[in-house]
Design a protein around this ligand. Structure first.
Ligand code: AMP
Ligand code: GLY
Length: 429
């Protein structure tokens, strides 16, 4: 079988390593892939957003199955274009990808179907948005409507901050046209949980829950990033909470999408907050999270290709999705300065070979002319430890990190600390 995989980060590396476990897989083309991925797949230097070039490549090479991993090509309609060629794809159509691409679409869907989420209002006029803020004292969250690389969300402790955020997003267009519309939300509190799920539009199968660590610095300080580390499963996500989420959130969401004529097929990601009033949706993503995919797929025992094919063929109810017992910890090794400016092209040495229950996924790496590895992004590697317990998984990830070097490497020292405290009974669930 020939597989085409769109994307080139740690998430894509994790997907590729899993797909490779199926003996029917002969070739994987990664567009564009990265340095580490080139050891597991054939990298083709076509950017994930160059839909025209991807379609041409697909016409010439006729992959048997395609996985579109990042949000941009999904929102731009790559799956629709490939389906028109009669190609089998894992990933939502552009209409279904709106669940991530437009926050107002997602909020309206939740409101119409009583899916618990923060109270909100949507505005296209700056003055009307400001009037709303003046009428709603207290902390608010101001969000640019469209995709803004995860940066278009501003937590505002008071009215002045919220007014400034509106000025920035709508007035100055700090996030470009994604700020033509804003969503203003009530500020929620509680532990955050990420739940990735497989869904074929009718059946939904949640994967293991996980906990991202979004801030750049230890103790959840500093700027928001794409994610500095993930542990799975998330100890706040008890079986009771899971049952409540299935009933109140997961099933109503996929039913709503189907009713609207845009059934969601692919990986649907629920960003949840466990508030004192029950679980609420913070955001939907139309794809695997990164680094969540690295932590979660590492624990998947069932065959990923079979699951993805079942999703595409709408027979997800007929396959098994089983995870191994135990836990995982994906620790991101970043370049100092990330998420702002950082250097690229620095040499990496990886002496982790032989370390057990450790997988090193590549996010921002490239191969030099002599075949050696260089850094090429802010998030460089996802060092992922597995174990029977979370403590073992965390220890293995940090042990792995000590065997890897590149100039100006930076990683948080506290990935998993909060989850371990919950498990030790030091923090109330
Ligand atoms: P998002 O890009 O929508 O995932 O938002 C980024 C982060 O902002 C989330 O992971 C939360 O930590 C925080 N956040 C978003 N919406 C809210 C809200 N309504 N209340 C509190 N925190 C929020
Ligand atoms: N790690 C968060 C995301 O992928 O959206």
């Amino acid at each position: 079988m020939k597989i085409m995989l769109i994307g080139g980060g740690g998430r894509e590396h994790a997907i590729i390593k899993k797909l490779r476990e199926n003996p029917a897989v002969e070739t994987i083309y990664a567009l564009p892939g990265n340095g580490g991925i080139s050891r597991d797949a054939q990298c083709v230097s076509i950017p994930a957003t160059d839909l025209g070039a991807i379609v041409e490549f697909a016409k010439e090479n006729r992959p048997d199955f395609t996985v579109v991993a990042p949000d941009d090509p999904l929102a731009m309609g790559l799956v629709d274009r490939l389906q028109e060629l009669g190609l089998a794809c894992f990933g939502p159509t552009a209409a279904a990808a709106r669940i991530e691409g437009s926050k107002s679409f997602a909020k309206d869907l939740m409101k119409a179907h009583n899916i618990p989420t923060a109270d909100y209002a949507v505005f296209e006029e700056l003055e009307a948005a400001k009037d709303y803020v003046r009428a709603h004292p207290g902390p608010l969250v101001v969000k640019a409507d469209g995709l803004a690389l995860g940066k278009g969300v501003l937590i505002c402790e008071n009215q002045d901050q919220a007014l400034a955020a509106l000025e920035q997003i709508m007035g100055e267009k700090a996030f470009g046209s994604s700020g033509d519309k804003v969503v203003i939300e009530e500020f929620l509190t509680g532990p955050e949980v990420s739940v990735l799920s497989f869904t074929d539009g009718k059946t939904i199968v949640p994967m293991l829950s996980s906990m991202d660590h979004k801030r750049a610095l230890e103790g959840d300080q500093g700027l928001n990033t794409g994610g500095m580390g993930v542990i799975a499963p998330n100890p706040f996500y008890t079986p009771e909470v899971a049952a409540q989420c299935m009933e109140q959130i997961f099933l109503p969401t996929i039913r709503a999408m189907a009713e609207m004529g845009c059934p969601f097929k692919g990986c649907l990601y629920f960003g949840l907050m466990l508030t004192p009033n029950g679980p609420k949706v913070i955001e939907y993503n139309c794809r695997f999270g990164d680094p969540e995919a690295q932590a979660v797929l590492s624990l998947l025992e069932s065959d990923l290709l079979s699951i993805m094919q079942a999703v595409q063929q709408e027979r997800l109810d007929q396959v098994e999705v089983r995870f191994r017992k135990g836990a995982s910890c994906c620790l991101i090794l970043a370049s100092s300065g990330y998420p702002l400016a950082y250097e690229k092209g620095l040499p990496i040495t990886d002496a982790t070979e032989g370390l057990e229950q450790l997988i090193v996924y590549h996010s921002g790496t490239k191969l030099a002319a002599d075949g050696s590895l260089l850094t090429s992004g802010g998030r460089v590697l996802g060092v992922t430890g597995l174990g029977d317990t979370l403590q073992e998984a965390v220890d293995r990830a940090y042990e792995g990190a000590r065997h890897i070097h590149f100039p100006k490497v930076y990683y948080r020292r506290d990935i998993g600390r909060k989850a371990l405290a919950v498990l030790a009974g030091e923090v109330q669930e």
